[in-house]
Each structure stands twice: as structure tokens, then as C-alpha cells.
Ligand binder design. Structure first.
Ligand code: ADP
Ligand code: GLC
Length: 506
């Protein structure tokens, strides 16, 4: 172990990341948080990290102090040569971010879909191009990566371009690839008439690589070509390799053998710690929780709830999509509001019918329920800080970040025991008072309702256990240190796999 960590300290990698999201530039979910943190953590250890993302319309070059890195860059796709421009921003800590400007593809308001939630029909072209252009940035800037690290279906094809178009390229030919799957449900499945444009060659359009039921499957192709694949928690890695798991990907992931496994996401505690969070009205820590009460008061006022420290406040934040299980939460929390002395607030947007149900709750439970339909980072910090319980009934959850933030803010998570939620929350033991939250195993309205009831009764009847759990929760450490070390070990393994691959006789 000591020898391994010494080796990790000595090896300095050139790492090229390609992603469709990155905090603070573009975000729809946790992918952006991860790509906004991991490169900086790697750079802190001395690695040279370059990240490539699209220059979406909303990323204003002036506001973000972008500089022109390449006045024009030609990118060969299968059918055509695309021209784009590349901006860059030196983040000042060893990370450089490149932004691909291609107005035809990225000069739109949405990242993946329009305001009516309709997927852009040319998404395979947009992100196939991003994957190919990300590699071209390395070539045109003379940056020879040891590792090309790609994320989700949006950049998965880069793993294939490396082993096809660029297999003997002097800059890219030796690079090993790592593909991180943040969500196996989104695979980038599109009609095959886009395949010629991608230029991946029809010999890769087979069931083990880019083909699924006669459609293109970008994520599956990436899994086939990547030298190592990981997902964002060990629990989710197990789930998606079970015979019925992985939305059809299980056999292909299992085929990777020990080159597929889970690495838990870390948390950026410089952003998410009650001790130094500037976005909340008062700071607090496990040894002095008085600031948490002030935050609770501010949260109750913000949503027009009765200001009362004694009533337990339940909260939820997230995208209103099937994955998150809010269709269970809506009836369960209504029932709880009808039968228990609790308060509830929710922040999120997505499915219109969930927006209607949650949006109308404050009218139906005046002074007891609050909702904000939309996206609001400052409010998400206030909710994490001011609530007592945080509900995550996700049907599946590759990692989940909000339960990790909740633990740190002493806001006990109530979670469906799945994926990363199961890995990171320790169930309450009513005999001893141990644990960091409340779990249920069956994703049904009843299970969730009874678990909310269990949390509520713990609040009223066992305050000593509550206090103990809050302290335990706040002391959990999900910082990036451990995850970053695991990524570096993954890079080493990917490089070894690539060397072995290169040495096979052809
Ligand atoms: P996912 O990526 O599947 O949406 P995660 O839990 O990994 O789930 O990450 C979600 C991230 O997005 C968290 O940082 C969460 O606080 C944030 N988030 C989700 N919805 C909202 C919202 N409406 N307003 C502010 N932040 C939000
Ligand atoms: C995905 C998953 C979420 C995970 C995030 C970052 O959006 O749904 O569970 O935390 O990616 O890896």
C-alpha cells in the first residue's frame, strides 16, 4: 500500500477529460459537479489536466474570461470536415478548460433538449462531434495525454476514436481511455442514419459495440472500446451488472471483468460545508448547532411556513424525472402532512404533473408546505442547512450528491436503499442510536410513508438519538481525497490494459 501511494505520488499524468457539463460553466446535474471538482483535485496532486466542454450559448466568453486558444480547428467527421473555434480558460491551478465553439451544434439555449423537453434530434452528431473535437484539441495544442477520461454517452465515442482514427497518431496513439458512467439509463440511442456522419466505421456497428436493436448506442460503444470503465458507486456497479440491471448493459459491463467497478464520487467541501458556507445566513458545526436553527428559521420564513424550531422540517431537491421517485414522494408526503405535525419544502423542476402537484402544495397546506419550481443554487444551500430531514426516494441512484451534502449539514437523509444512497447512508439502529439516516428497501408509497413516519417519531420521541445521529452524520468524510486516489489507480490500470492491447499481434 505504502509502495503504491509512493508510486502515485511520483507519477504525473497528462489527463485529457471530455465532458458535456462542468461547474461553473454548464450544469444540469451531478455530472457537472464531478467534472467541476475531480480535475482540480488531480491538478493539486501535480497532474496536468485539460478539460474540453462545448461552448454552449449560455457560456459567455466575456463573463467567463475566455481566451481564444485556436482561431479555427478542423475536425474530420465521417462525411465532412467541421470547422470550429476553441476558447480556453486557465483555471490557475494546473487545470485548463477548452471550450468548443460550433454555433450550429452548441449555440442553443438547452444542453440536450429544448424548453419543451424535446431531445435535440441531432444530439448524436453534436456529441459525436464533441468527442472527436476533444481529441483534436489535444492534437492541435500538442498535448499528449496519458489518459483520456470521458463521461457518459456524450463523450463515450472518444474511446472509440482513439482506437480507430487515432491508433497510430503520434500525440494520441499511446493514450489509454477511462469511461465513467454516471447514469446507465442514458445511453445515447439514436437512429443509425447518423452513423456515417460519426465516421466510426460500420465494422463497429455490431451488438458488442455501437449497435442496439439496429440503433446507434453511443454508451455501449464506449464501453467496448474504453480501456477501463467505472461508475460512481460500488453499489450501483453491482446493480448494473446483475442479469436484469444496467438497462441492457449488464452483459457488456460484465465482459469488462475487473476493468469495470465503482468509485464513489467525492464532495467539494469548500462549497458544501456548514462551517464556511457563505450562501447560508449562519454558519454552524457539529459542536455548535445554533447556526442551524437560524438557517431553519430563515428557511421557514423564505417559504412562508410557521416559524417554529420544534416542528420537523422535511425537504427534497432534484430533477423531477422518473429516476428520482418523486411520484412516490408526492402521495407519501401528502399523507404525512395530513396525519403528522411536520413541515415540507421542495425545490426542483421537470415533469409538468409533478410541478403541478408540488407547486400547489403550499396552497393546500398553508404555513406547512413550501415549493420552488425552478433551479436555484443559493436556495439549495439554504434547504440543506435549514431542513431536519432530506428525502431521496430514487428508484435507482448511481451515486447521488444531495445525501452527501445532507450528511455534512446534519440533515438526516431518508433514502431508498439503492446504489450510492445505500453505500453512503447507514440505517438508524433504534436500539443503539447508531446510524446516519433512515432507509427503506421497497420503492413504494407505503414504504416511504412509513419511513417518513419513523423519522418523525424519532424526532419527537428519541431526541437523544437524533442528536447522536446528527453528530455522526456530520463527521462522515466523503471528500475527494480517497476518490481521487482511486481514479489515479484506475488510470494506472487503464494504461496497463492499453499496453497489453497494443502488444496483441494484429
Ligand atoms: P443527478 O445528477 O442525477 O441530478 P445528483 O444528486 O448527483 O443527481 O446531483 C444533483 C445536483 O444538482 C446536486 O448538486 C443538486 O443540489 C443539484 N440540483 C438539482 N436540482 C436542483 C435545483 N432545482 N436547484 C438547485 N440545485 C439543484
Ligand atoms: C448522475 C447520477 C447521480 C450521480 C451523478 C454524478 O447524474 O444520476 O446519481 O451522483 O451522475 O456522478
Amino acid at each position: 500500500m505504502a509502495a503504491q501511494s509512493r508510486k502515485q505520488q511520483q507519477t504525473r499524468y497528462n489527463i485529457l477529460m471530455i465532458s458535456s457539463e462542468m461547474v461553473p460553466f454548464a450544469k444540469t446535474g451531478g455530472l457537472a459537479d464531478v467534472v467541476g471538482s475531480l480535475p482540480h483535485e488531480l491538478a493539486r496532486l501535480g497532474h496536468d489536466v485539460r478539460v474540453v466542454i462545448p461552448r454552449y450559448y449560455a457560456i459567455d466568453p466575456g463573463r467567463y474570461s475566455l481566451e481564444v486558444a485556436l482561431g479555427s480547428m478542423g475536425v474530420w467527421m465521417g462525411e465532412t470536415l467541421e470547422w470550429c473555434m476553441v476558447y480556453s480558460r486557465d483555471m490557475g491551478d494546473g487545470v485548463t478548460v477548452y471550450f468548443i465553439e460550433h454555433n450550429g451544434f452548441f449555440g442553443r439555449d438547452g444542453l440536450y433538449h429544448d424548453a419543451a423537453m424535446n431531445d435535440y434530434l441531432d444530439n448524436p452528431r453534436r456529441f459525436g462531434f464533441l468527442s472527436r473535437a476533444g481529441l483534436q484539441v489535444a492534437v492541435d495544442t500538442g498535448f499528449a495525454p496519458d489518459i483520456v477520461h470521458v463521461h457518459d454517452w456524450q463523450s463515450a465515442a472518444a474511446a472509440a476514436y482513439l482506437k480507430t482514427w487515432f491508433w497510430d497518431n503520434p500525440i494520441l496513439g499511446k493514450a489509454a481511455s477511462v469511461l465513467t458512467i454516471h447514469n446507465a439509463a442514458y445511453q445515447g440511442i439514436y437512429p443509425k442514419h447518423h452513423f456515417d456522419y460519426l465516421g466510426l466505421g460500420w465494422n463497429t456497428f455490431h451488438a458488442d459495440a455501437f449497435e442496439t436493436f439496429d440503433h446507434i448506442n453511443l454508451l455501449k460503444g464506449g464501453i467496448w472500446f474504453a480501456d477501463l470503465v467505472n461508475t460512481v458507486s460500488p453499489g450501483y456497479a453491482r446493480e448494473i451488472t446483475t442479469p436484469h440491471g444496467g438497462f441492457g448493459l449488464a452483459p457488456y459491463l460484465s465482459n469488462k471483468g475487473n476493468s469495470f467497478y465503482g468509485i464513489l464520487n467525492g464532495v467539494d467541501y469548500s462549497d458544501w460545508s456548514p462551517e464556511n458556507d457563505r450562501q447560508i445566513p449562519a454558519r454552524f458545526s457539529a459542536s455548535d448547532l445554533s447556526g442551524k436553527l437560524q438557517c431553519k428559521e430563515a428557511l421557514q420564513k423564505h417559504f412562508g411556513l410557521e416559524v417554529n424550531p420544534r416542528v420537523p422540517l422535511f425537504a427534497a431537491i432534484g430533477r423531477f424525472v422518473d429516476q428520482k421517485g418523486y411520484h412516490l414522494l408526492a402521495p407519501a408526503i401528502e399523507r404525512a402532512l395530513n396525519e403528522m405535525n411536520i413541515q415540507f419544502v421542495i425545490l426542483g423542476s421537470g415533469d409538468p404533473w409533478l410541478q403541478d402537484i408540488f407547486g400547489s402544495m403550499p396552497g393546500r397546506y398553508p404555513g406547512r408546505a413550501g415549493s420552488h419550481i425552478g433551479y436555484n443554487v443559493a436556495l439549495s444551500h439554504l434547504i440543506e442547512a435549514g431542513a431536519d430531514f432530506f428525502v431521496m426516494p430514487s428508484l435507482y441512484e448511481p451515486c447521488g450528491l444531495n445525501q452527501l451534502y445532507s450528511l455534512r449539514y446534519g440533515t438526516l437523509p431518508i433514502v431508498h436503499a439503492t446504489g450510492g444512497l445505500d453505500d453512503t447512508v447507514e440505517n438508524y439502529n433504534e436500539a443503539s442510536g447508531d446510524g446516519t439516516g433512515f432507509k427503506f428497501w421497497h420503492p413504494t408509497v407505503d414504504s416511504l410513508y412509513y419511513t417518513i413516519g419513523w423519522a418523525n417519531s424519532t424526532w419527537w420521541d428519541r431526541p437523544g438519538h437524533m442528536a447522536r445521529m446528527i453528530t455522526t452524520a456530520m463527521s462522515q468524510d466523503y471528500s475527494w481525497d480517497r476518490s481521487t486516489a482511486e481514479y489515479i489507480a484506475a488510470y494506472e490500470k487503464a494504461i496497463a490494459n492499453k499496453r497489453a492491447y497494443d502488444s496483441w499481434p494484429r
